[in-house]
Design a binder for this molecule. Structure first.
Ligand SMILES: [Zn+2]
Length: 113
């Protein structure tokens, strides 16, 4: 499952930050999720919960921040908002937009104690 591997890498990152910054418990994880990342929020929450068992992020709340997708048209060079992958350029309709932003998921911030 896509979400499970994302959740596992997020947990790994959180644990390495925890070792470095010496906190023992994460209360809230602020996650940026791109509109084009194909992440299902419910599946992500479930995956995060199981991946976090036994770690400092066990029981942490997820705060999902949505990042809009953005792509550039290879024909006319206009940058447009994308709500799905393989969207056509809305300006010239001449080509599929090349994705520039919005496919990733990353840990933006942590509330710790
Ligand atoms: Zn165009």
């Amino acid at each position: 499952m896509h979400e499970l591997s994302l959740a596992e890498s997020a947990i790994e990152l959180i644990e390495s930050v925890a070792r470095k910054e010496c906190f023992t418990r994460v209360r809230v994880v602020h996650l940026e999720v791109g509109a084009l990342s194909c992440v299902e929020p419910d599946a992500l929450a479930f995956a995060f919960q199981s991946a976090s068992l036994g770690t400092c992020a066990e029981g942490a709340r997820l705060n999902v921040l949505h990042v809009p997708g953005e792509g550039m048209c290879p024909s006319c060079g206009t940058t447009s908002v994308m709500d799905k992958l393989y969207a056509l350029c809305p300006v010239c309709e001449g080509g599929a937009l090349r994705v520039q932003r919005g496919t990733e998921m990353r840990v933006k911030d942590l509330d710790v104690e």
